[in-house]
Design a protein around this ligand. Structure first.
Ligand SMILES: Cc1cc2nc3c(=O)[nH]c(=O)nc-3n(C[C@H](O)[C@H](O)[C@H](O)COP(=O)(O)O)c2cc1C
Length: 195
């Protein structure tokens, strides 16, 4: 299967540090790898509604934002969650996209879990704090989501910055970006499974 990367941009502002860092990493991908970029701020998802005990989920109507994101997610071999660190975790826009995964897990006819199993989840984040371990909740959210889905997890590329463009001064993050997507992405495991 040709590799196809979906970049899901979760910042509330355009061309922010997370996107700049994700683009620096994506520049290193071979030309043969397809890339699709979707900004959740430009394509806002409606509030997620949990229908598990009611009518359950149906495939979203063609042309809607949920359909755009569902089709892009199903078509991707590699999903890159590019979310700034907001309150130590993923942004609200990003969290809502992940909440939609719960609906897609229950949407008949798409085999969401089986389709994503074995594919790879990656993370890119920017944060104002210098010590990147404060982003552990974001890393845990992505790792555990990948483990639940039976996906591979390539880890999180983190860069420092507060104002737009700051991350371009983070030489270490830019250096890590050069090889980030070339790394092995092992099958994700919950922390209690590690060992
Ligand atoms: C709502 C909000 C919450 C934030 N929470 C954190 C945080 O918990 N820790 C941190 O280090 N920076 C935090 N920041 C700073 C951003 O992570 C930082 O400005 C980052 O560069 C934004 O990425 P962007 O340019 O891609 O939007 C927060 C910013 C906003 C707007």
């Amino acid at each position: 299967m040709t590799r196809r990367f979906l970049f899901v941009l979760g910042s509330s502002r355009s061309e922010g540090n997370t996107e700049l860092l994700a683009r620096a990493a994506a520049e290193q991908l071979p030309k043969s790898v397809e890339q699709q970029w979707i900004s959740l701020a430009e394509h806002p998802l409606p509030d997620f509604v949990d229908l598990r005990r009611d009518s359950d989920h149906v495939r979203p109507p063609v042309g809607s934002t949920p359909a755009l994101l569902l089709d892009a997610t199903l078509a991707a071999t590699d999903i890159v969650i590019a979310s700034p660190l907001y309150w130590y975790s993923v942004s609200g826009l990003t969290k809502r996209y992940l909440d939609y995964w719960s609906g897609w897990l229950r949407t008949p006819g798409i085999d969401f879990k089986a389709t994503l199993a074995g594919r790879t989840l990656w993370g890119v984040t920017a944060l104002a704090h210098q010590e990147t371990e404060v982003a552990d909740p974001l890393v845990g959210t992505l790792n555990n989501s990948a483990a639940y889905m039976g996906m591979r997890f390539g880890g999180v590329l983190a860069g420092n910055g507060s104002r737009r463009g700051d991350v371009l001064n983070d030489a270490e993050a830019l250096a890590r970006a050069k090889t980030f997507f070339a790394q092995e992405a092992p099958l994700a495991r919950f922390p209690y499974e590690a060992g």
